[in-house]
Design a protein. Sequence first.
Length: 276
Amino acid sequence: MGGNKGRKLEFLVADWLSRGVRAVVTCGASDSNFIRQLAVVGRMVGIEVHAAVMDLPFDSAAGRPKGHSTYRGNEVLSIQAGAKLYKEADGDWEDMYESMEQISRDLNNEGVFAEVVPVGGSSPQGVHAFVQASKELNETFDTIVVASSSGSTHVGLATAFHGTATRVIGISADPEPTLVEDFAVLSQAYGERTGGLALTKFDLDLRFVGPGYGVPSEGGRRAQQKLLESEGIYLDPVYTAKAFDGFMNLAAEGVLGSKALFWHTGGMPSIFTEFA
Ligand SMILES: *Cc1c(COP(=O)(O)O)cnc(C)c1O
């Protein structure tokens, strides 16, 4: 079904298995691509997957975005793969982090070795996955544009191309300008593990979020139609449509150089989520 989280899970799972982790606990939107891919991988390797979910979690400073979603594509697939979802009424991310910690404590009290997984799999292993992924490119680009949210995709690519002529630009799926501070913390943690450098600056463009995280934008809708009619490629409404909207705008602004790459991060099941 596509999604950048598979690459992260390759390294996360190896770590859990080596340490005898029996259950993992995370949180996110009901329509989370990460929870869906985690659910499948957990099922395959015999690790329980628990997740606190909200249909539309929001950043309290940015406020509750307008809109609601039903028929959530990823949620159906997560349940089918056997994940245990603890659904809460919409609220802010802080509430959901608390629930996630509580679920983990409860499992450990019951004697199940459970561990909390950062949202979106953005741990140093997640960063490593995208440092590795960068090596699969066999051409050189002036600019790489990618959808960005919990950060390990962006941080991994930015780390890989640091000091080269390639500029990595993330198009944010979240409204919080403080997101880059989390990226710096993540980069620091990765740098400490690998003995490499920690980045403090990231090219994160916040202009294309639209109404908020998880709510489709007008520009994103147009970008979806544009790529579909010109290349036959689908984009998801939460991440890649907004990123491609950014990509086209940056191209029009003339900042992409002569050879640019749009890095499609997947997320196809969200196409089957209905927004109102
Ligand atoms: C999670 C996700 C992203 C953002 O990746 P992060 O590493 O969380 O920043 C982009 N696109 C899709 C489809 C995703 O599911």
